[in-house]
Design a binder for this molecule. Structure first.
Ligand code: NDP
Length: 256
């Protein structure tokens, strides 16, 4: 099986749930990255404790404060990462942070719609803009042919709930702001693939399955361990034929 060999990885929302497990499994994998930038809103506070414990044991783990709903924080984080990389590029950007509110068409208001878009769609867009020079650098420096996560990639953690075609089967879940913001993220992924592909950057949206986290609840199908094992075995097989697609944690395509 192909293995992920990205030298430098950055994740958002990495203090709990899927993000934290991605950090854990990346650190414990067969080819740990030389730099993992684990970003979260409050690395110094109680919510960052597990990440701090990991960072105390793994010198390749760097914690960076980042609220993806704050455009100026994104720009500052990119500057910090650029300084730490000292001329190297960023191979893999994983836009994982997300929010989910149970609201229906009847109960949602404009504030909630905007809040969901800011975190779930605008955040990933601004992250890619800010980190683009570092992703391009990684692509230029790589000797690999074609597109891959080892070379340079943007992975947007999306959901089947953002698939327009698959909406009827899950429409009993009243999460309108989440659905619309993730459908926007899916569109963003396709546009990023068409734009950034020329620079050697792979862009894919991944659905992690229904996962037992604070967001997914304990009723979900998958443990976070199983979902993340799946995601990390899909990343190394991604190539140009997947760029601009929405795939699940087992690598199967999901229709838009
Ligand atoms: P959790 O609710 O467990 O964790 C969400 C993470 O996102 C937390 O680290 C949280 O940080 C962070 N976050 C939220 N808003 C922001 C922000 N503005 N800036 C930075 N970080 C932020 O969710 P999951 O781990 O389950 O979900 C991770 C991703 O997977 C999301 O994009 C979600 O949509 C997607 N997904 C999850 C599914 C599931 O079943 N769990 C199913 C399909 C998709 P903080 O602690 O500061 O709040």
């Amino acid at each position: 099986m192909a293995a992920l060999r990205a030298h430098c990885v950055l994740l958002t929302g990495s203090n709990r749930g899927i993000g934290l497990e991605l950090v854990r499994q990346l650190l414990g994998g067969p080819h740990p990255p030389t730099h993992i930038f684990a970003t979260c809103r409050d690395p110094e506070g109680p919510r960052g404790k597990e990440l701090r414990d990991l960072a105390s044991k793994h010198p390749n783990l760097v914690l960076v404060k980042l609220d993806v709903a704050d455009p100026s924080a994104i720009v500052s984080a990119a500057k910090i990462v650029e300084r730490k990389l000292n001329g190297a590029g960023l191979n893999l950007l994983i836009n994982n942070a997300g929010i989910f509110t149970p609201v229906s068409l009847e109960t949602v208001d404009s504030e909630e719609m905007i809040r969901a878009y800011k975190t779930n769609a605008v955040g990933p867009l601004l992250m890619a803009q800010a980190f683009l020079p570092l992703l391009k650098k990684a692509a230029q420096d790589s000797k690999e042919k074609g597109l891959s996560c080892n070379k340079a990639a943007i992975i947007n953690i999306s959901t089947v709930l953002g698939s327009i075609e698959r909406t009827p089967e899950s429409y009993f879940k009243p999460v309108i702001s989440y659905r619309c913001s993730k459908a926007a993220l899916n569109m963003l992924t396709r546009c990023q693939a068409l734009t950034y592909g020329e620079a050697g950057i792979l862009c894919v949206a991944l659905h992690p399955g229904w996962v037992k986290t604070d967001m997914g609840t304990q009723e979900a199908d998958l443990t976070v361990d199983t979902s993340v094992q799946g995601l990390l075995s899909v990343l190394p097989i991604l190539s140009e034929k997947h760029s601009g697609m929405l795939l699940n944690w087992e690598g199967k395509a999901i229709p838009w």
